[in-house]
Design a protein around this ligand. Structure first.
Ligand code: GLC
Length: 543
């Protein structure tokens, strides 16, 4: 019975990048009171939980993923009182709230690091990863930062290097030290005691490094593009020891009722399943990025064959009782509508909201927001700033631009006289929430229809999944079934050709529940189902 499923299994998660959602105080950057103003919108959208990217005090070298105090709010975003109000208002609307936990590294301005770097004898020295220089005075080994350059920075004051796999200002905590584990567990309790509903855990697989600090091996498949991938992160990511740390974190979460832990896990399936834990004692949901990247970590080709293969491979490898999840985009990935083409954006949302498992939607995907070109003098994201020659590949500003609420000044994101921290989409006067509200055929209303159908139908939020052969090239179809309830057939055209399909082997009769491009609840002829260009249908199948 799907009534027994947890909220995070049945529900839709919506990721907010707080800098870009809604500015309430005229500084051009979004904030918590701004999010509160938009809660009614989110409730009406039909999502169930909000995940906020980091809102903690931070010098913003990685836009909040460099945390200087885990138990407070950055003044840019508001105060702890604003946070309490946000939490209460979220709960009052029947929604859940997840915070981003960044346990792998702190800011170099965090008091722990300030102490740690103050002297080799400081009790917090061992809270971070310090190593002597190599014999030639260079970095201790060949580990690289994902954001360019070595993963080691020399501290002249104490004559050692510290480790950071992101920017220099993100020193990594040493989880081999149990005091660090306990300190992070207390951070979790601080927020869980306030009543938050769980965490998305940043780079969860990075928290444990090779004890011998061995060089990472050369990556034989390196295509020469991203410097970081020249070496395979064998000794820096997904080491077996990380699972014990995650189990301890999960145990903290389990001191509370009904909370969820989602991990950021860009790994192949065989590795991914380990993050559920051997006894379901790690992540409730390790993020499944299969719709964005393949298991080989190359961009997922957007065609029916590749998507079907990805879905089936993931379904096949999930452990018994391991709950699936799907995601199309986030603050680190180019906008899905830009990756796959705007014409396919509705198909992508239909896929996301009808596959088996919890969907996560990145803000703006419900209205088809695309990457926004960033003029060179406004580029802010550190990997792009540090590596201008590959900024177009690694820069994340284009997918972090202000939410497009209406056609007014600054798209309703901020008051007219301010300059938003990132530029607005050039076409925001057309593509925005207000315009789409009033158009019954808009992407927004389509998303709402899907979200509400998903919530109402046990087959969709909790039923089984089975692929369906269609014979047509570039059409992907599948069934969702749950005994005792209506079942559904989802048919998605990944291309611009029209197809006439014979799906009479699935059922004799069906009616349209949601369609990408029309408003209809009429019956269709499954023996001669016409599927237009870039069209998707969710069909209610009569047994
Ligand atoms: C994660 C975050 C990304 C951040 C990095 C370092 O990948 O999603 O935005 O830059 O961790 O914290």
């Amino acid at each position: 019975m799907t009534e027994n499923y947890a909220w995070w299994q049945k529900g839709i998660i919506y990721q907010i990048y707080p800098r870009s959602f809604q500015d309430s105080n005229g500084d051009g950057t979004g904030d918590l009171p701004g999010v509160i103003q938009r809660l009614d919108y989110l409730q009406k959208l039909g999502i169930d939980a909000i995940w906020l990217s980091p809102i903690y005090p931070s010098p913003m070298h990685d836009f909040g993923y460099d945390v200087a105090d885990y138990c407070d709010i950055h003044p840019l975003f508001g105060t702890l009182e604003d946070f309490d109000r946000l939490l209460a208002e979220t709960h009052r609307r029947g929604l859940k709230l997840l915070l981003d936990l960044v346990p792998n590294h702190t800011s170099d301005e965090h008091p722990w690091f300030v102490e740690s770097r103050s002297s080799r004898a400081n009790p917090k020295r061992d809270w971070y990863i310090w190593r002597d220089p190599a014999p030639d005075g260079g970095p201790p080994n060949n580990w690289k930062s994902l954001f360019g350059g070595p993963a080691w920075t020399f501290d002249a004051g104490t004559g050692q290097y510290y480790l950071h796999q992101f920017v220099t200002q993100q020193p990594e905590l040493n989880y081999h030290n149990i005091e660090v584990q306990f300190a992070m567990q207390d951070v979790m309790r601080f927020w869980l005691d306030k009543g938050i509903d769980g965490f998305r855990v940043d780079v969860i697989g990075f928290m444990w490094k090779d004890e011998q600090f061995r060089d990472n091996p050369k990556n034989p498949n390196w295509d020469g593009q991203l410097p970081f991938l020249e070496f395979w992160p064998l000794y820096t990511q997904n080491l077996p020891g990380v699972h014990n740390i995650i189990r301890q974190m999960r145990a903290v979460l389990d001191e509370y009722d009904d909370r969820v832990m989602v991990g950021e896990t860009y790994v192949p399936n065989a590795e991914l399943v380990k993050y559920y834990g051997d006894n379901h004692d790690e992540c409730h949901m390790p993020f499944n990025f299969q719709l964005i990247v393949t298991e080989e970590f190359s961009p997922r080709p957007w065609n029916a064959r590749s998507i079907r293969q990805g879905v089936e491979a993931y379904e096949a490898v999930l452990p018994e009782g391991g709950w699936p999840n799907w995601v199309l985009g986030n603050h680190d990935q180019h906008r899905v509508a830009s990756r796959i083409g705007f014409d396919q954006a509705r198909v992508a949302n239909m896929l996301l909201l009808t596959l088996r498992g919890t969907p996560t939607t990145y803000y703006g995907e419900e209205i088809g927001m695309e990457n926004v070109p960033i003029p060179p003098d406004r580029v802010q994201d550190p990997p792009a700033v540090n590596q201008p020659e590959i900024a177009h590949l690694v820069g994340r500003d284009p997918e972090r631009t202000p939410m497009q609420w209406d056609a007014g000044p600054n798209a309703g994101f901020a008051s007219a006289e301010v300059t938003p921290w990132l530029p607005l989409a050039p076409d925001y006067t057309e593509r925005n929430v207000a315009n789409q509200e009033t158009d019954p055929t808009s992407m927004l209303n389509f998303y709402r229809a899907l979200a509400h159908l998903r919530r109402a139908e046990p087959a969709l939020h909790g039923g089984a999944y089975a692929s369906v052969d269609t014979q047509a090239d570039n059409v992907f179809a599948y069934r969702r079934t749950h005994s005792g309830y209506d079942s559904f057939l989802v048919v998605l055209n990944f291309g611009a050709e029209t197809h006439t399909l014979d799906l009479s082997h699935v059922a004799s009769e069906a009616t349209i529940a949601v369609a990408t491009h029309m408003l209809s609840d009429g019956a269709v002829d499954l023996a001669q189902l016409v599927l237009g260009a870039n069209e998707g249908l969710v069909l209610r199948v009569n047994p």
